[in-house]
Design a protein around this ligand. Structure first.
Ligand code: GLY
Length: 327
């Protein structure tokens, strides 16, 4: 009886022309002011290591690449730094002493690729790009991602960072799990790029939380959490404690807030406030930072707490700034 009533009321809605079809929803959103497209290249990325990543991204553009190349080559630079304790094979390992890597990439055609819990490969971002370009999938994990990397002839690496191993052995003495705010003043690299055609792309790569459980995956390879790109509107990326970001779909939220008319800065601030409220059951000892880049070239940055730095490269200038924060 109740399903018949439901059917009849759906029919009535259809008759009234207010069915909630995606088409109708799209029409409503189109009434928002349209965003002019910036065509001056711009790159924004997280933390101090973002400065070198931005340079690498701009170099990729100069070499004839597009926004997707800028995104990949930018963070590839950070992955190549084997002294970096939070990105790439130099990163701090999990509680079993194994460094596992997560990465994602998304482009202006709305294509996305990501890999999670990969070990033995130096450049998870290139494997993620392989997923985007050469598979019908959006995400590969663990052994499957490594098999795929081997099929692309990516070189395996058995590198372990002595400093990271030493830190792990020290951690084993207490084995106490505790996120460290602004660890070493750097964390994940998330990078958003716009090329000279105004096309947007983004990339995000990390060794994840230090001394995590083996198999733990953070926000960085989760499309909509650590990274999201909608070429019509803008792009967003996150850094910090991934569990809190996953629970709030923060990058997707930032882009959707911009779609509704929020400025990139307002969108970042609202998303961090939402994340903090959503994670109120947690202890306070974590950091999250978010960056946004709108299609018109305007950008925003905001941290949950002080200390979140980001690098912005535009008009021939590449500089490090500290984001405003909620706390
Ligand atoms: N944001 C990186 C991670 O939590 O793994």
């Amino acid at each position: 009886m109740s399903s018949r009533r439901g059917f009849l009321s759906r029919l009535a809605l259809l008759g009234a022309g207010v069915a909630a079809s995606p088409l109708v929803l799209g029409e409503v959103l189109k009434k928002k002011k349209s965003i002019a497209r910036n065509v001056k290249p711009i790159v924004i990325s997280t933390w101090d290591h973002g400065v070198a990543a931005n340079d690498a991204a701009m170099q990729a553009l100069k070499s004839g690449g597009d926004a997707l190349d800028m995104a990949e080559k930018g963070v590839y630079n950070t992955e190549s730094d084997l002294k970096n304790l939070s990105v790439g094979l130099g990163g701090l390992p999990d509680r079993d002493g194994i460094t596992t890597l997560d990465a994602s990439i998304m482009d202006y055609k709305h294509r996305a690729g990501s890999v999670a819990c990969v070990s033995g490969y130096a450049h998870p971002i290139s494997i993620a790009r392989g997923v985007l370009e050469k598979t019908p999938h959006a995400m590969l994990v663990g052994e499957g991602a490594e098999q795929f990397a081997a099929s692309l002839k990516f070189e395996k690496s058995s590198y372990t960072n002595p400093e990271a191993q030493k830190a792990w052995k020290e951690w084993l003495k207490t084995s106490e799990y505790k996120p460290i705010i602004n660890i070493e003043n750097h964390d994940t690299i998330g990078l958003l790029a716009q090329d000279s055609k105004g096309q947007l792309a983004g990339a995000c790569t990390t060794s994840g939380l230090a001394f995590k459980m083996h198999g733990r995956v953070g926000d960085s390879p989760i499309i909509g959490a650590g990274l999201y790109v909608d070429n019509e509107i803008g792009a967003a990326t996150c850094t910090g404690l991934g569990e809190t970001v996953i629970r709030s779909c923060t990058s997707f939220l930032v882009v959707e807030l911009m779609r509704q008319g929020a400025s990139p800065q307002e969108a970042c601030e609202e998303a961090i406030k939402r994340l903090y409220a959503n994670n109120s059951f947690m202890t306070d000892e974590y950091q999250v930072g978010v960056l946004a880049l709108r299609a018109d070239g305007e950008f925003g940055a905001f941290g949950l707490r002080k200390g979140f730095t980001y690098a912005i490269c535009q008009n021939g200038q590449n500089e490090l700034r500290e984001a405003k924060s909620l706390i």
